[in-house]
Design a protein around this ligand. Structure first.
Ligand code: B3K
Ligand code: ZN
Length: 882
């Protein structure tokens, strides 16, 4: 397979102004006629061949200006069609035939439960017809869909319907026209028997937009939350970014078989049903939150992605990082801002930090790839969003808005680069952002350590930051990054103190402020603060103002102080996490040395203070008392100690559950009573109460006492919403079979007709801690409800086991590794994108003990030895082994 390089980008020789597509739908033989107007670009050679992308197509015919083009004029290469001797301007007609029902890769045109749907990003359009399938070719689309109206009563494409007639042959022909030029990756077509849930929205300029949500008829009662989320998103983008929706119809279709979360096709989003369907009894609070966020995300792409798109796929973060940041701002404005920031950071640490530290580390703007599908990564998305957030922090909200306004004004209708984006912000505010751009080109997570020195006589407090950035594949040497550190200095009474820098005029912009943004731009940066006779406790990187690993070298006592006093809720949480990580690390060391395990008294006391303080927000309490996850804990160790992490973490959970049993029960009962009789609402306070109640239950369950288990059984059996039911089930899942199996059976029996709930059933079992974890997963693979064809199912069982059941997956006998390798190989023949995602848990193999390293490497080598690997899996495996 060939490596594609950013440095080799060349603009297309021919542009397309219009494309007329006709689909004669048939499950196994859909005929596609594409008629496009091409024009040679100024600067392209007169004999430049026409290069079209195409994959897995049956070519029926080619015509130029109505005259057939014979095989002597074109070459069919692997995924290309090259036509020689074309005029400067011409109309190309290509007829191809495709097999949607046989398309198991779920890219291009495929069927999901009989519904025809498309997924074209990044390079799926080439599986529909021969075309320059690259984002810098933007054309106006007109789409005719021909099908049997009895089987396919709903037939949709981008834009507006402009004609609709049923012919004497009984076939219906509907024509859609999208007035906005777009790249091929935003094309969409949907046809099937779908129920419509409709609403409308009046835009800020008074236009009425029809909002149409299409789902399978059995799901008609699960649309309300997605629709409400969509309306919030339209309204928010108008006020927060001054962006109005631009078509008269906004359509969303939910399908069960989908490779990722959703797709922002112009005017016709296609969604994984997981991110649309919700009813209180079938969906958890986390599902409701995911729906709100993803519906908004796809909507926000209308401006950041669709109206302004990427010049090439290296620029993917131009739309994804920016849109994730916009989504995060939207969520923070609608739910608890502190909790939502904590969630952003948890995701970043669990997924992106390991990526940045592993063999597939790449910059936010990668400079090479083998398969672009592999680059829809946490680095491009989540670190990309952190980069936009840092820009926002560095220049401030008003300057950021000026920069965004200029970006929209300057580039509307264009396909642009990350440089163009940063230039708009620099030009709008007369700033030099040259060094800041390193965040786009250098991979790896900077490590920042802090040294402080207080001089009581001089009243000065020095804070010295030292940053290092370790080498990553292909980048041995790095430049220092521009790191914005939001900071405060907390006085002994818990109040933040004025921050006055030495040698700073009293009227300097931030002089004397209670919180400042300190900018690190060198390897070592020192700040000296004045007028501080008593030593303050620094609160640094507030709100996680930069995606770095910060080592504050704080004393335990300072952490405990910040846990109780920091006025930045994120940092209060962070202090608790840092403290918990320390405690767990010490316990791991004790395990290794064979010392008896003891939960430190101060830790338990800090924990007790937090659960018994009624003044605190339950949601934040739940976050503060949730121990760092195993993946992030692994990330904090240079050599990952599988047993140590699990044993230490379990010990802390059990000890807390045991020693705080009365307090946890009292709190749980109080929270449950507050909820009793209330109808379910996805509303910040109620979500917080449910999450804290479930956390209490989890600790009680870890201790295994009768009072806790009784409550878990009761909650599971009597819950009226899925959040509570699952809270009970998760506790029962870790208990012996007499307790867990009846719960699983009852759950399946009740929900077997709801695929998204059955996914939960698989997932809870796949991640349960039980000695026979792998055998249980193997049994579940034989269950009639399991299917390798459905990505959600694969993720719920195989993906969840490999990524979130470390005891099972990393079992000392290595069978977990063999199992995963087998599944990757089996899936690769069906759906390479999903197969490549499953390589993830193998990527950190070099961080484990020698025995596990050997077994994981052998598993990767076994995959490599297969003859016909997809580009997707090939790239992930070779890079992991390199
Ligand atoms: N842009 C799509 C992701 C497409 C993934 C293609 N393999 C969804 C999103 O990020 O909004
Ligand atoms: Zn996106």
């Amino acid at each position: 397979p060939k490596t594609i390089l950013l440095a080799e980008y060349a603009p297309p020789a021919y542009q397309v102004s219009t494309i007329d597509l006709e689909f004669r739908l048939d499950p196994h033989a859909t005929r596609v006629t594409a008629t496009s107007r091409f024009d040679r670009m100024a600067g392209a050679a007169a004999d430049a061949p026409l290069v079209l992308d195409g994959a897995g197509l049956r070519l029926v015919s080619i015509m130029i200006d109505g005259a057939p083009v014979g095989p002597d004029r074109y070459d069919q290469q692997e995924e290309r069609l090259v036509i020689r001797g074309v005029p400067a301007g011409f109309v190309l007609t290509v007829i191809t035939e495709i097999d949607p029902a046989g398309n198991t890769a779920l890219e291009g045109l495929y069927q999901s439960n009989g519904i025809f749907c498309t997924q074209c990003e990044a390079e799926g359009f080439r599986k529909i017809t021969y075309f320059p399938d690259r984002p810098d070719v933007m054309a106006r689309y007109r789409t005719t869909i021909i099908g049997d109206p009895v089987v396919l009563p709903v037939m949709l494409s981008n834009g507006n319907p402009v004609a609709d007639e049923t012919g004497p042959d009984g076939l219906r022909r509907i024509v859609w026209e999208d007035p906005f030029p777009k790249p091929s990756y935003l094309f969409a077509l949907v046809a099937g028997d779908l129920a419509l849930h409709e609403d409308s929205f009046t835009t800020i300029s008074g236009r009425s937009v029809a909002l149409r949500l299409y789902v399978e008829p059995r799901n008609a009662d699960k649309c309300a939350h997605a629709m409400a989320s969509l309306k919030k998103a339209l309204a928010w983008d108008e006020t927060a970014y001054g962006r109005e929706y631009d078509l008269d119809i906004y359509m969303i279709v939910a399908v069960d078989d989908f490779n990722m979360g959703a797709m922002e096709n112009k005017g016709l989003n296609v969604f994984n049903s997981k991110y649309i369907l919700a009813r209180p009894d079938t969906a958890t609070d986390a599902d409701y939150a995911g729906i709100e966020a993803v519906v908004a995300h796809e909507y926000f792409h209308n401006w950041t992605g669709n109206r302004i798109t990427c010049r090439d796929w290296f620029q993917l973060s131009l739309k994804e990082g920016l849109t994730v940041f916009r989504e995060q701002q939207f969520v923070a404005d609608h739910q608890s801002a502190a909790v939502s920031r904590i969630h952003d950071v948890r995701v970043l640490r669990a997924a992106q930090f390991p990526e940045d530290a592993g063999p597939t580390a790449h910059p936010v703007r990668p400079d090479s790839y083998i398969e672009i599908s592999n680059f829809y990564t946490s680095t491009v998305y989540n670190k990309g969003a952190e980069v936009i957030r840092m820009l926002h922090t560095l220049i401030g909200e008003d300057a950021y808005r000026r920069g965004m306004d200029l970006y929209f004004q300057r580039h509307d209708g264009q396909a642009v680069t990350c440089e163009d984006f940063i230039r708009a912000h620099a030009d709008a505010n007369d700033l030099d952002l040259g060094d800041f751009f390193r965040w786009y080109v250098q991979a790896g997570t900077p490590e920042v350590s802090v040294d402080t020195r207080h001089d009581p006589d001089a009243g000065t407090f020095d804070v010295t930051f030292t940053q290092t950035l370790a080498p990553t594949p292909g980048q041995p040497v790095k430049q220092p990054m521009v790191v914005p550190v939001r900071a405060a200095l907390i006085g002994p009474d818990g109040a933040p103190l004025p921050m006055m820098l030495a040698n700073e005029p009293a009227d300097a912009p931030q002089a004397g402020a209670l919180e400042r943004v300190l900018v690190l731009s060198d390897r070592v940066t020192r700040f000296t603060f004045m007028q501080l006779p008593e030593r303050p406790v620094p609160s640094l990187l507030r709100g996680f103002s930069a995606p770095v690993k910060l080592d504050t070298r704080a004393e335990d006592a300072d952490l405990a102080f910040l846990m109780g006093h920091d006025d930045d809720p994120f940092n209060r949480w962070e202090a608790a996490q840092t403290y918990a990580i320390r405690v767990i690390h010490r316990l791991i060391a004790d395990i290794g040395a064979g010392r008896p395990l003891v939960l430190p008294l101060e830790f338990r006391e800090a924990f007790t203070r937090t659960i018994t303080d009624d003044a605190l927000d339950p949601a934040l309490v739940a976050e503060a008392l949730t121990l760092p996850g195993e993946s992030y804990l692994a990330e904090t160790m240079s050599r990952i100690d599988v047993e140590g992490i699990t044993t230490a973490r379990q010990f802390v959970r059990r000890e807390i559950g045991r020693s705080l049993e009365p307090q946890l029960i009292a709190l749980f009962d109080r929270l449950e009573a507050a909820e009793a009789g209330q109808p379910y609402a996805f509303e910040t306070a109620a979500v917080g109460r449910r999450s804290l109640a479930n956390l209490c239950l989890a600790y009680l369950g870890a201790a295994g006492g009768a009072a806790g288990l009784e409550r878990a059984e009761r909650r599971f059996a009597t819950a009226t919403n899925m959040t509570d039911a699952l809270g009970g089930l998760l506790v029962l899942a870790d208990q012996p079979g007499e307790l867990s199996q009846p719960a699983f059976d009852a759950f399946y029996d009740r929900w077997k007709d709801e695929p998204l709930v059955v996914d939960k059933w698989f997932m809870v079992q796949a991640t349960a801690s039980r000695p026979d974890a792998l055998d249980h997963v193997l049994t579940l693979m034989e269950h009639p409800a399991f299917s390798m064809r459905n990505p959600n199912r694969v993720r719920s069982l195989i993906g969840a086991f490999a990524a979130s059941n470390p005891q099972g997956f990393h079992a000392a006998d290595g069978r977990g590794y063999e199992f995963l390798a087998d599944q990757i190989v089996a899936l690769d023949a069906m759906n390479p994108q999903i197969a490549a995602r499953l390589v993830g848990p193998f990527k950190r193999w070099r961080r484990y003990d020698d025995r596990r390293q050997g077994m994981m490497r052998a598993a990767l080598e076994r995959i490599m030895s297969r003859k016909s690997l997809s580009r997707d899996v090939y790239e992930m495996v070779t890079k992991s082994l390199a």
